[in-house]
Ligand binder design. Structure first.
Ligand SMILES: [Zn+2]
Ligand SMILES: [Zn+2]
Length: 266
């Protein structure tokens, strides 16, 4: 990251620096996983959630291609919105508008705050995602993401700018809780990179015949298949508490279909 002293004043040099880091990480994660799973078919269909492939030749998508469409929404809106939030909050640190803590003054809280951010991210995602399923917002914004009923790594950020603004508002917690910039970066990179990997379409990366790294998330894959379920993540079980949990069984599908019917017929 650019030196802290620079954050006090907006200038193109360090803002472009942050933008390029974010572009680089997005290309590395989304592009890397896409090349491995879909271009070079690194593990064939092993641990792939859906038998079908990513969509080609469909007018629903920009350039008739799901992958190019997803890259477009990610690069045109996703990374810029993320960078704007990040740069704004870095500027707020630089000017003392965010109360800063240091590891030396309270090491326990400094470490615990990373866990708080993980739980906060899960909670924020659940409630904002439910909001995005409110009909007007769904029609205006969230439907862009849901055109991906089968997802790939580039689908994670393939969102309407309104949804991007809501998604990255997760980082605004730093305006009300004292933290260190390293917490802010963790918040952004955890949220952004998890969005990419969780849509990979495969549960794991297989190395030498064994699942080695977590990739896609079954919980969220089911959300893309059945819509009105699994709005959150597995970290905080909001879906279980609010009756929207789908575990992949036929019984759960029946229950969620009835719920969907009730929601859309009212
Ligand atoms: Zn999704
Ligand atoms: Zn959704």
């Amino acid at each position: 990251m650019p030196e802290f002293v620079l954050w006090k004043t907006f200038s193109a040099g360090w803002i472009v620096h942050v933008f390029l880091v974010n572009v680089g990480l997005t290309v590395l994660f989304a592009g890397g996983l896409h090349l491995y799973f879909y271009t070079f078919k690194g593990q064939g269909s092993a641990l792939k959630f859906e038998k079908r492939n990513l969509v080609k030749n469909n007018r629903v998508f920009f350039a008739k291609s799901q992958v190019w469409d997803n890259i477009f929404w990610t690069c045109a809106f996703g990374v810029p919105v993320w960078t704007l939030y990040q740069v704004g909050l870095m500027w707020a640190y630089g000017n003392g508008y965010i109360k800063m803590i240091e590891f030396q003054s309270n090491p326990v809280w400094f470490v615990v705050l990373f866990l708080v951010i993980i739980f906060w991210e899960s909670t924020h995602f659940y409630f904002t995602h439910r909001l995005l399923h409110w009909k007007p917002l769904y029609k205006m914004a969230h439907h862009i993401h849901h055109r991906n009923s089968n997802t790939g790594p580039w689908s994670g950020f393939s969102m309407h700018p309104i949804e991007q603004v809501i998604f990255f508002s997760v980082a605004l917690i730093h305006l009300v809780i004292a933290s260190h910039p390293v917490h802010l970066f963790f918040n952004f990179y955890f949220s952004a990179l998890a969005a990419i990997t969780s849509h990979a379409g495969y549960s794991d990366v297989v190395v030498k015949g064994k699942p080695c790294f977590d990739a896609g998330v079954f919980h969220h894959q089911l959300h893309h298949r059945y819509f009105e379920c699994n709005y959150g993540t597995s970290v905080v079980p909001w879906d279980r508490w609010f009756g929207s949990f789908h575990d992949g069984t036929a019984e759960a599908t029946e229950r969620i279909n009835q719920r969907r019917y009730a929601m859309h017929s009212s």
